[in-house]
Structure formats: C-alpha cells, structure tokens
Design a protein around this ligand. Structure first.
Ligand code: SF4
Ligand code: SF4
Length: 108
C-alpha cells in the first residue's frame, strides 16, 4: 500500500499480497501534511491523526481498489514506511498472529 512493489522478489512482503496492514497503524500527522480534515481525527491525548474505521483501517483506504485514496497527498509517515522493512514485517506478523488466535481485527 505505501510503497510500490517495483524490484521486489516474489518472496518479499509485497503490498499486493497484503491486507493493507500498515494502514491500521496510528498515523500521526505533522504540520506539513496536507490531508483533508474529513480523513483526520484527534486522539484523547490531542494528537492529530488519520481517522480509522470501526475495523481499524485508515479511512483513506479505498477498499474496492485496495489502495490509498489520497496517495499523492498521503502523510509523510506513510511516505517513509518501507515495504518489506522491519515495521512492515512486524505489522504483518502481528496481524497474522491475531488472526490465527481468533482475535477480532478491530479497534476497541
Ligand atoms: S504492511 Fe507492508 S506489505 Fe502491507 S501494505 Fe503496508 S507496506 Fe505494503
Ligand atoms: S493515508 Fe493512505 S497510506 Fe496512509 S494509512 Fe491512510 S490509506 Fe494508508
């Protein structure tokens, strides 16, 4: 979702084989980010973040096309997230472990 799959081997963690797991992580917005307000929220602690739906995914996910609907103006945090990097792998591992344990993949 966050990086293109160009140049990655078949055995790598590809976005095309993923449920946009990184788009369930908290995305804290920075002053330089230009995200439409309707996609954002405030945490109890007052952080400006990407809003998430009741199942935990960022509201900017285009579920029909499995892509970021605001790709050209996505937050800097998303731009820096590296496909098949350590956070990607950790997120996917945690997501798979939760699913295997039957833990609902939704926010509280
Ligand atoms: S978790 Fe990794 S593989 Fe999945 S969409 Fe995000 S960057 Fe792509
Ligand atoms: S803004 Fe786009 S890339 Fe970032 S979490 Fe939301 S859907 Fe994913």
């Amino acid at each position: 979702m966050r990086e293109h799959a160009r140049g990655m081997s078949r055995s790598a963690h590809l976005c095309s084989d993923c449920d946009a797991v990184c788009c369930r992580l908290t995305v804290v917005l920075q002053p330089e980010d230009r995200v439409p307000e309707r996609f954002t929220a405030r945490t109890r602690a007052g952080l400006h973040v990407m809003a998430r739906d009741e199942q935990g995914w960022c509201v900017a996910v285009d579920a029909a096309r499995m892509c970021c609907s605001i790709y050209d103006t996505r937050p800097g945090v998303c731009r820096r997230f590296v496909m098949a990097g350590p956070y990607c792998r950790a997120s996917r591992a945690e997501y798979s472990a939760q699913a295997a344990r039957g833990i609902p993949l939704a926010l509280e």
